[in-house]
Design a protein around this ligand. Structure first.
Ligand code: PLP
Length: 411
């Protein structure tokens, strides 16, 4: 067969590509913690990584493995490891691949908890330099002989800056650096970081891939682009016959086996069911977000709107070149005369909540909540005004959404 199946078809049929119990259309929930073998040689082979299989639930389970297979297909990667949350996935990469005195260059425009995690890394002896990743030169200038890894998000949450993804990828390839792209905001439906040279792709499955706000999860996908034979921090034990898998093997061993950030079978099942409709939800949510952004931009009560789908956005051209959609997250500032909390309280169908990627539309005042802990200085460096409101646009009927913002603005 030469024809490539489409995005959604390939997710829907992933489970049945392997033998599946009773012809079940979904991969079943495997709740067992331990796995038994009739021949001890088989058990030993699995332990030694010489055969595929399961031994103990902390290191993975068949239901999560089926989700990993779907993610590998979505990202067109080599292999995927799932974790209990998106943060666990990012933490596992850092724990597994970095050592004392190593250095990381990260986009300054970061998910709040990733920013906090990088602060923790510093206290453990890893250098971290934050840069404006919309500027290639800033990334290049920050590199040191100890730099091992560059970390960026595709569309930054909440100010929607778009990193110069392709040129940073080229730089990382030239310098032999691990290039980690957090693809959460775009999801593999809008963007595949493999195409810009990413080594590892992170997805917070909690957000668009799960989509329903009913399960936490995260993943790391190996794209096959990085030459792990040249990376100094791989332990000899993990240098198996396929060098492309050395990095992910070490991430699994440290992040799952040693650190225990394992995705449970129930959560994996919820996320896998959600993933089936990723394309449909993204199309709808992106169209809604575009409509809301345009509506807000035209209102005199609104001072600024940040959405990569607006031609006024500084990276509009870049986003148009890179992504097949502009995402479903936007943020905006009200006119300084307007009371932000009163406005939020007037919203009726838009829910005041900190999540994003839910089917519902959620709004939150950023500086007072999710970006509160980092303080005013760091917020200012990320372009976050005190009055900034983040909106994660869902799949509700667009007219209802616009009507709700309109009544809250007029009130
Ligand atoms: C939410 C989020 C994460 C963390 O995911 P959790 O599942 O909440 O731990 C990481 N990166 C980005 C861009 C996110 O939006």
């Amino acid at each position: 067969m030469t024809r490539k199946t489409g995005f959604t078809t390939s997710i829907l049929h992933a489970d049945r590509a392997l033998p599946i119990e009773h012809g079940s259309l979904h991969k079943p929930l495997h709740l067992s913690v331990a796995y038994g073998y009739r021949d001890v040689r088989d058990l030993v082979a699995v332990f030694q990584g010489k055969a595929q299989g399961f031994v103990y639930g902390r290191q993975g389970n068949p239901t999560a493995a089926a989700l990993e297979e779907k993610l590998t297909r979505m990202e067109q990667g080599v292999a995927t490891a799932c974790f209990s949350t998106g943060m666990a996935a990012i933490g596992a990469i850092m724990l597994a691949l970095l050592r004392e005195h190593d250095h990381v260059v990260s986009s300054a425009f970061l998910f709040g908890n990733t920013n906090s995690l990088f602060g923790t890394l510093r206290t453990h002896g890893t250098g971290v330099t934050f840069v404006d990743a919309t500027e290639l030169l800033e990334v290049e200038k920050a590199l040191t002989p100890n730099t091992r890894l560059v970390f960026v998000e595709t569309i930054a949450n909440p100010r929607t800056q778009v990193a110069d993804l392709a040129r940073i990828g080229k730089l990382c390839t030239e310098r032999g650096l691990i290039y980690v792209v957090d693809n959460t905001m775009t999801s593999p439906y809008l963007f595949r970081p493999k195409g810009v040279g990413a080594s590892l792709v992170v997805n917070a499955l909690t957000k668009y891939i799960g989509g329903h706000g009913n399960a936490l999860g995260g993943s790391v996908t190996e794209t096959g682009a990085f030459d792990w034979t040249r990376y100094p921090n791989i332990y000899d034990e993990y240098k198996g016959p396929k060098p492309a898998l050395w990095g992910l093997t070490q991430i699994r061993k440290k992040g799952l086996r040693d650190w225990g950030a394992t995705l449970s079978p129930e959560q994996a099942h919820h996320l896998a069911v959600g993933a089936e409709t990723l394309a449909l939800r993204m199309e709808r949510a992106c169209a809604n977000a575009q409509a809301v952004a345009q509506f807000l931009a035209a209102r005199r009560e609104v001072r600024a709107v940040y959405y990569p789908g607006l031609p006024s956005h500084p990276q509009y051209r870049l986003a148009s070149d890179l992504f097949s959609g502009y995402g479903a997250l936007l943020s905006f500032e009200l006119d300084p005369e307007r009371e932000c909390f009163d406005f939020l309280n007037r919203l009726e169908s838009v829910v005041l909540s900190s999540n994003l990627g839910d089917n519902r539309t959620l709004a939150i005042p950023v500086a007072h909540t999710i970006f509160h802990e980092m303080g005013p200085q760091r917020r200012a460096s990320m372009g976050i005004a005190d009055s900034l409101i983040r909106v994660s646009v869902g799949i509700v009927d667009c007219a209802d959404l616009i009507a709700d913002f309109a009544q809250a603005l007029s009130g």
